[in-house]
Design a protein around this ligand. Sequence first.
Ligand code: GLY
Length: 408
Amino acid sequence: VSRADGVDRVDVVVVGGGAIGLASAWRLAQRGLAVTVVDPAPGSGASGVAAGMLAPITEARPGEEDQLRLNLASWSRWPAFAAEVESALAALPPTAEAAGEGAGIGYRADGTLVAALDADDRAALDDLVARQRSLGLEITTLRGREARALEPGLAPGVRAGALAAGERSVDPAALVAALGRITGAAGVTTLASPVERVVLAGDAPGAPDVARVTGVALAGGETVDASMVVLAAGSWTGSITGLPDAARPPVRPVKGQILTLRQPPGEPLLTRTVRGLVRGSSVYLVPRRDGRIVVGATVEERGWDTRVTAGGAYELLRDVLALVPGLDDAELVAVRTGLRPGSPDDLPMIGVGAVDGLVVATGHFRNGILLTPVTADAVAAAVAGEPVPPEVEPCDPRRFSRTGVAAS
Ligand code: GLY
């Protein structure tokens, strides 16, 4: 077994170069640690497909109080996090891609408008508004015509709406690209390789029975030796071998299909994030400054299947055109799929793992981009042996080892 080229023993190896892995690596490097990120194609997982809604209010579901507290903790970190990323980026020499429209991370703070199409959708909207208010969240109800005054592209049939003015969005692909550059500038090394397994001190023949991670083995057989290993590989985190079953995070892939449209020429049909309740189903549209609109998303339990399907694309197009008919003439730029890392109890797994030297940051399901800032802070704390932020405490990855839930 040989050492990976150019990488001396490091303090921390982060497995996974999506938004969470890179933001964690950045926070660790800011604490003066030597950090290596390993990912065969950084940003190509769920982060590269995510719409980037920073929406703790309209995504809040009943009975998920821990999730809501966590979402709000990260949401309140986003303005400072976005400003910090943007200023670190501005301090770097400009690149061809980062000039003009592509500069920055596409952070927008213009709220989410929820629009209900028919009478049943209106009833669902009333429930949603009542639920948000009972949780103390700020949301304003709108008549159909008030909603259309804010977003004139909405169908004339839209019956009612609501505005969550505090919600925001970011362009996740731009965020990952920015984090890639600023982590590099902060001294983080990135290795473009799959990780084959986590290496444990207890692996060696005759070693004592107490396991401790000592690094990772790459697919080519080389190793990266490290004092701590952070697993932030999204859906793939549970497939990394080498750990005892009880320490393997029980994540599962949850497929999402998502469209990219380009607004037709002329006045933009959409200016802020719109979430539609459309004849019993739900769709969201997230506009970018360059005229693209990201439309999502299906939620499918289909294992590792990443096919774009006729039914998935149809469902999204049907709902989006019912809600914003003028998008009929929009260019259909792409249909893509991503795999969200699902967790058995819908709370992520963040914090120290069930083996010494292991830290876990996965299972963020529908909220990985929203949860990036708080997760990165928690990872940096966990690596340093400090307590994680209080809102992250329920996310202790060891809750599954204790109850004996094994990785699937
Ligand atoms: N948070 C949006 C989605 O997962 O589709």
